[in-house]
Design a protein around this ligand. Structure first.
Ligand SMILES: Cc1cc2nc3c(=O)[nH]c(=O)nc-3n(C[C@H](O)[C@H](O)[C@H](O)COP(=O)(O)OP(=O)(O)OC[C@H]3O[C@@H](n4cnc5c(N)ncnc54)[C@H](O)[C@@H]3O)c2cc1C
Length: 439
């Protein structure tokens, strides 16, 4: 902490490290609850970020931080559901939010540069002080925390606060400092993505759906419409599969993966790439603890799950608000109760991670993926699954029971082939007739 001596000093109730969705939500919530907050963000916004498909039940957070009108006025692309498609396109399972009683029944697909800027501007408009500087050091004391930030030009500042919220995304500035990050060894994947024009879409109101195309070897591809002509397309592969192909450049690996699915060849026939390829790898982890003495982890700083169900931004927004509430109750209240705030926040995030992870690992299990691809017209199972894929992470007992049944059927599928096996659908092997109940 040698830099502290000559650095400009800022004092506040809470320092938030990172100005993405988690950090902006935390800062806005802290301001709405009457506290001073400094956000340290290392990049000048707007900046590119991957993670572009949102979930409808996450929109409650917009109310919690008071920005629903701003978000609605921004004109982001509308999403009414998600679709699972088999590699040849014969099978389509539709998760339609309205048809399954999800309210609100639509959500948005976003260019993250614009969305993140909107949220951070909103926090600033409520009085959060946003400083463009990279947090590079921190020190905890019994009565607070000091974070050293380094600005682009090299100048330093020290932010002194009573509590720190780490919202620095995958960098996990505080998470790594306190040593709580645990890699998820079962979900070791890699992704390559870019934006394209002229990707073929479904007609009518299905035009804005997220489409998830299953690939052989349990890979998959997302197609997320971001505007009337730009679509985000990303490939996710098992790390072993990715490394095996790594001899080529990113574009070659991407094209090669797409060629494995005739449906993708067709949808991308006229596509024109409009951004460079980006890549991420090894991206699932959790935290041993999400809070401790004067620190809280929100969003990807705490944990990250494979993006197959587009849960990341919603989890980031929710945990940003929850971290702010825990900070207020734990250290900033007239009668602070940190032990209780830490325990409650930690429990909430641990449970949510475990709940969503089951859906993610299910998608990477051959038999359960078959089940995701099977029509489920009975017992309300499809409705319960759609609610989760719409961002319903806290369900009533009946839906929980239906999900137990769903995963039980997945285990039985491994032994008894209850539904057609589709994971291995290939140009040569795909069954021709769509199953009953499919759209
Ligand atoms: C391949 C891929 C696809 C995805 N697809 C989706 C999707 O479709 N839908 C979805 O909801 N999610 C998706 N996600 C997940 C989503 O990107 C994240 O969950 C989400 O961005 C988390 O928000 P956050 O605020 O926690 O972190 P971020 O959005 O990463 O924000 C963290 C911020 O902290 C800043 N920062 C980092 N270090 C420091 C530091 N030391 N000091 C100051 N600032 C710092 C960064 O510049 C950044 O702006 C995807 C992720 C991947 C990898």
């Amino acid at each position: 902490m040698g830099a502290m001596a000559d650095a400009a000093e800022l004092r506040c109730d809470a320092v938030v490290i990172g100005g993405g969705p988690a950090g902006a939500a935390a800062a806005a919530r802290l301001r709405r609850r009457g506290h001073t907050v400094v956000v340290l963000e290392s990049e000048r916004f707007p900046r590119f970020h991957i993670g572009e498909s949102l979930l409808p039940l996450g929109h409650d957070v917009f109310d919690a931080i008071g920005c629903r009108e701003r978000v609605e006025a921004a004109g982001f692309h509308q999403k009414r559901g998600a679709q699972l498609r088999s590699p040849c396109g014969e099978h389509r399972i539709l998760f339609d939010f309205a048809a399954q009683g999800v309210r609100p029944s639509t959500t948005i697909q976003v260019h993250r540069a614009a969305f993140d800027q909107l949220l951070l501007d909103h926090a600033a408009s409520l009085g959060a002080e946003v400083v463009v500087a990279r947090a590079k050091d921190l020190e905890f004391a019994s009565d607070g925390v000091a974070v050293v930030g380094e600005a682009e030009g090299g100048g330093c500042c020290v932010v002194r606060a009573r509590v720190a919220i780490d919202a620095s995304g995958r960098a996990g500035f505080v998470a790594r400092h306190v040593g709580v990050r645990v890699p998820d060894r079962e979900l070791v994947k890699a992704s390559i993505y870019a934006h394209f024009r002229n990707v073929r879409r479904d007609p009518g109101e299905r035009e804005g759906d997220t489409r998830i195309v299953s690939l052989p070897n349990l890979g998959w591809v997302w197609l997320i419409p971001l505007s009337h002509d730009v679509t985000s397309v990303g490939v996710v592969l098992d790390i072993a599969d990715y490394k095996q192909r790594e001899k080529g450049d990113l574009g070659a690996i991407f094209d090669d993966a797409l060629r494995a699915a005739p449906l993708l060849v067709e949808l991308m026939a006229d596509a024109e790439r409009v951004t460079d390829f980006g890549a991420e790898s090894g991206f699932s982890y959790r935290a041993e603890r999400y809070a401790g003495e004067r620190w809280l982890l929100a969003g990807d700083a705490g944990s990250f799950l494979d993006p197959v169900w587009s849960t990341g931004v919603q989890m980031a927004l929710m945990s940003g608000v929850e971290a702010a509430d825990a900070a207020v109750d734990g250290w900033l209240a007239p009668a602070p109760r940190p032990a209780r705030a830490i325990a409650r926040f930690d429990r909430t995030l641990q449970q949510r991670y475990a709940f969503v992870r089951r859906f993610v690992t299910g998608f990477y299990d051959e038999a359960t993926r078959d089940l995701f691809f099977a029509p489920r017209p009975y017992l309300g199972i499809h409705r319960a699954v759609t609610r989760v894929l719409a961002g319903g992470f806290e369900l009533g007992w009946l839906d929980r029971l239906r999900l137990q049944l769903f995963f039980l059927l997945g285990r039985l599928q491994a032994k008894y082939d209850l539904v057609p096996r589709r994971v291995h659908d290939t140009p040569h092997g795909e069954s021709a007739a769509p199953a009953m109940g499919e759209s």
